[in-house]
Design a protein around this ligand. Structure first.
Ligand code: ADP
Ligand SMILES: N[C@@H](CCOP(=O)(O)O)C(=O)O
Length: 352
């Protein structure tokens, strides 16, 4: 029997300054995964019966074998945990991905959310979005991007305190969850994740605020950008971020935003200072583009693990983008920009 459906998953910007691993917003730039199961399609050359095609950023780097592609590997994980070993014969999956890879706009979070939803639809498991987030957290181990991509809007999250067995299950080596060719089959994870690993809350967000994303033309992998962070922090820096995050989550909900309040509340001492070693021009951008120099600017921060710079603003979008791009160019970095708004619905599935 043939079946066709389409998944759409938004890009996301995580952290929003002080909310490292905590805050994220879904953005209206969508990963699209179109699925057509038709037994007349020849899928015999793939280990799990998939004919995979991909259009988008860095297409030449994206594997098209279902055991190596992040979307299908993720789908296979949720399928395996629920007793389904393979895609049905004749599964054609076409991915259109406008989210640039490795730039801090949540491409991997979107691919993982899309993969879990793909497995859920293929297997007909009827998992809720909150339960699917448990699966996502065994792969992307911070909740900010995946919560924003799955649920949409402006989202805050924390990880529950789990029992020691649950913690061990959650922190299993990634190669057991998304096995590589060299992983022995008996190590493949095929038991469902613990329940309620995370908790999520969706905040309001002023409809007047739009997102200017300035995207440098080089990649920084999230793993590399996490590797430059220290293991521990001093009390002043932690309190600095806590004070700002407490103000920011409400300040962004005010319909008429207080630009100066938000600008100060989007500063950070936990991740951006360390990541500036990987992103030429970041220090200059964060220190010299302000609501005084650029009326309409509300706040400015690194998007996710970078290198994209996120500017929240109510007006003057082009001027803000061109000033950021000029400063980056002065540091030898070419970039482009996009004006984005919030994606309020999160990830969706539609049957044809
Ligand atoms: N749609 C996709 N299909 C396959 N792999 C993807 C897709 N999106 C992201 N990836 C993988 O995730 C990597 C980027 O993840 P990451 O370093 O976390 O950066 P970010 O999530 O900020 O874009 C890519 O290099 C690629 O390996
Ligand atoms: N909190 C994470 C967010 C990573 O986001 P990405 O979009 O760069 O994958 C971090 O800052 O490391």
């Amino acid at each position: 029997m043939s079946k066709s459906f389409q998944l759409k998953v938004p890009a996301s910007s995580a952290n929003i300054g002080p909310g490292f691993d905590v805050l994220g917003i879904g953005l209206n730039l969508f990963l699209e995964i179109s699925v057509n199961v038709d037994p007349s399609i020849d899928t015999s050359s793939d280990p799990y019966n998939v004919k995979l095609s991909y259009e988008g950023d860095l297409a030449e780097n994206v594997p098209l074998s279902s055991d190596r592609n992040l979307v299908t590997q993720t789908a296979l994980y949720v399928m395996r945990c629920n007793g389904v070993a393979s895609f049905p014969n004749g599964t054609h999956i076409h991915v259109i991905n406008p989210i640039p890879l490795g730039r801090g706009l949540g491409s991997s979070g979107a691919a993982i959310v899309g993969g879990i939803m793909l497995g859920n639809e293929i297997g007909g498991f009827k998992l809720s979005k909150v339960r699917m987030l448990d699966y996502c957290l065994l792969i992307e181990r911070h909740p900010d991007n995946i919560a924003a991509a799955m649920l949409g809007g402006f989202v805050g999250s924390y990880l529950n305190e789990l029992s020691s067995e649950e913690t061990e299950a959650k922190n299993l080596p990634l190669e057991y969850v998304l096995p590589k060719a060299s992983t022995p089959k008996d190590k493949y994870l095929s038991t469902p994740p613990p329940q309620n690993i995370g908790q999520y809350v969706q905040y309001g967000f002023s409809t007047k605020i739009k997102c200017v994303a300035v995207i440098p033309n080089f990649e920084v992998s999230t793993d590399d950008s996490r590797a430059v962070l220290p293991e521990s922090y001093n009390r002043q820096d932690i309190v600095y971020n806590l004070q700002r995050i407490a103000v920011l989550t409400t300040a962004l909900t005010h319909e008429t935003p207080n630009n100066r309040l938000i600008y100060e509340a989007m500063k950070d001492k936990i991740h951006q200072p360390y990541r500036s070693t990987l992103i030429p021009g970041l220090v200059e951008v964060l220190s010299s583009i302000t609501p005084d120099t650029h009326p309409g600017l509300c706040g400015i921060c690194l998007s996710g693990a970078g290198p994209t710079i996120l500017c929240l603003a109510t007006e003057g979008f082009e001027e803000i983008a061109s000033s950021v791009m000029k400063l980056l160019a002065g540091a030898g970095v070419e970039s482009s920009w996009k004006l984005l708004t919030l994606a309020y619905d999160g990830a969706t599935v539609e049957y044809q």
